[in-house]
Design a protein around this ligand. Structure first.
Ligand code: SF4
Length: 542
């Protein structure tokens, strides 16, 4: 029996499957996904491409379906940002791949960490970046090595499945889930349940575009939930106890929008089915005509949270969710997990700040050794591109901190700029980039540490290599978006964004393009001006 749809179709044909049983593809990308499911490329990688090499991979798999297994071709070295928009994809790309390892909940045990580290040194020229979605990205990967990499990852319970592509991406989780002394509720069982039930499920392997999930039961709301397609945030219901508040439809890039609360209370046990309902709405009602309108935020903008909730409950769940309270705003202050903090069991977690997430396989192996020497068996990655070592006994803390700092992984002595700066991949490896990001951000951090050694207010500086906002330009105190400034690389500036207590998308300073050579001077002026003008208790970032 056909389902009765209670939501009307969009005003023009947006390619919504709910109103077209034939699922007519309206663009090349939709055609590619209809021709063969993205997940199907794995068999061809294992049986053909890994044996016959890069040249044997046809374009639809190379630039399309390989993303479903976490593989992107990387940018050929030496091509400047001015050519990004003018060259054909095959002229921009190298014969090597970026490989994204999904780390759901940011949680790794030491065996997993060592496995990733070993793969990096053996197959990825010792590269490794911690991303602001708790993944680890390796570079310089050859297709010939991919089956062996998968064998090793899957042998320790890791995967690259659906790390990229029009699918449910990595599930963000609080880096201190289950151990934080002030936790409202531990969302880890829901992270695991969604990953086990739905990642790799063909029901969700052809979504209109990417679908991002965040779950945190921390009062600090430490997963940037406002900018995820679906998010569950810890809250206490006066009658039902601890559970989650549901947010839907957040995303950045062009047309950034913050997620909307549906006003429902979701118990821990119900999260997976509610998640599947929201993902199902996106699959069936999401706009597929234009890639630029294919994120869930556009459907939410047209429907609003009331209709979204009605469709979720009526068509997908078959029951009404209870109304729920709004979570209180997170406590003020830093939310980056850096430093030494008490756990709920008397031990401590130790958060360290690798510079803009850039590490290496060698360094990750060293972190594993140091964690083990401190009696720990697990680490977590954060959405601020940081690493947290869990379960450290009090008497081991100082030795661990000293050893991490010797490796350049600052804990107690991390400056506010090192803690608060993140950067996307940029022109070093990304085909869409216009400017360099990681190395420049590292230089800016060093300059600011020298120039403003006493400035200690929390501050967020997010450096992006193009307008795509992988490093969340609109949610930073100082967001930098790569552009060309004459012949020089430069950055368009976006000021005053924030999440948590100060949720907002900030303001772009239109027309202002700061050449890269002037960036340290510019940021120093902004920070100094703020410091001189700020009132008692006023914070740059929350
Ligand atoms: Fe690449 Fe642009 Fe994303 Fe940076 S923001 S990783 S340059 S697509």
């Amino acid at each position: 029996m056909a389902l009765t749809r209670i939501a009307p179709p969009a005003k023009r044909d947006e390619g919504q499957w709910a109103f077209d049983e034939a699922r007519t593809p309206l663009n090349g990308n939709e055609q590619m996904k209809q021709d063969a499911d993205g997940l199907s490329v794995r068999h061809r990688i294992e049986t053909i491409y890994a044996r016959e090499g890069f040249a044997s991979i046809p374009g639809d798999d190379l630039r399309g379906r390989m993303r479903w297994w976490g593989l992107y071709t990387q940018r050929k070295p030496g091509i400047d940002g001015g050519k990004t928009a003018t060259l054909e994809p095959e002229e921009l790309e190298d014969e090597y791949f970026m490989l994204r390892v999904r780390v759901d909940g940011g949680a790794l045990d030491l065996t997993q960490l060592r496995t990733v580290a070993q793969i990096s040194t053996e197959f990825g020229r010792d590269t490794a970046d911690i991303t602001d979605r708790q993944n680890i990205q390796l570079h310089w990967v050859r297709v010939e090595d991919v089956p062996e990499i998968w064998r090793r990852l899957e042998g320790v319970g890791l995967s690259t499945q659906e790390a990229c592509g029009d699918v449910p991406r990595v599930i963000l989780g609080s880096p201190v889930a289950g151990i934080a002394a002030d936790e409202i509720i531990d969302g880890t069982p829901a992270v695991h349940a969604i990953a086990e039930r739905y990642i790799g499920d063909p029901e969700f392997s052809n979504l209109p575009r990417k679908f991002k999930t965040a779950i945190s039961g921390s009062p600090h709301q430490d997963v940037a939930h406002e900018i995820n397609d679906v998010a569950f945030i810890g809250v206490v219901h006066p009658e039902l106890g601890a559970g989650f508040d549901l947010w839907v439809g957040g995303a950045l890039s062009t047309n950034p929008m913050l997620g909307k609360r549906l006003g429902t209370f979701v118990s821990l046990e119900r999260i997976p089915e509610v998640w599947a309902g929201v993902a199902g709405i996106f699959r069936d009602y999401g706009y597929r005509r234009l890639r630029t309108r294919a994120r869930l935020k556009f459907l939410m903008a047209d429907w609003g949270p009331e209709l979204f909730r009605e469709v979720l409950e009526t068509e997908y769940l078959g029951y009404a969710l209870p109304d729920g309270p709004e979570p209180p705003p997170p406590p003020t202050g830093r939310r980056d997990h850096v430093g030494v903090h008490p756990q709920n069991d008397g031990r401590f977690y130790v958060g360290t700040a690798p510079t803009v997430g850039r590490v290496s396989g060698t360094l990750l192996a060293r972190v594993a050794d140091l964690a083990e020497a401190a009696g720990s068996d697990r680490v977590r990655l954060t959405t601020e591109q940081k690493i947290v070592v869990l379960d450290v006994a009090a008497e081991k803390v100082d030795d661990l901190v000293e050893a991490l700092e010797d490796e350049g992984l600052f804990v107690r002595s991390a400056s506010t700029f090192r803690r608060g700066t993140i950067a996307c991949t940029g022109i070093e490896f990304c085909k869409l980039a216009i400017v360099e990001t990681k190395a420049r951000a590292a230089r800016i951090i060093g300059e600011l540490e020298d120039r403003l050694p006493t400035f200690d207010q929390p501050i967020r500086i997010n450096v992006n290599g193009c307008p795509n906002s992988c490093a969340r330009i609109q949610t930073a105190d100082i967001g930098l978006k790569g552009v060309l400034a004459g012949d020089e690389e430069g950055y368009q500036v976006h000021l005053g964004g924030g999440l948590g207590l100060t949720s907002g998308l900030g303001h772009s300073l239109r027309g202002l393009r700061v050449p890269s050579s002037e960036l340290p001077d510019y940021i120093e002026r902004v920070v100094t001006h703020y410091d001189e003008q700020r009132e008692e208790g006023e914070l740059f970032a929350q």
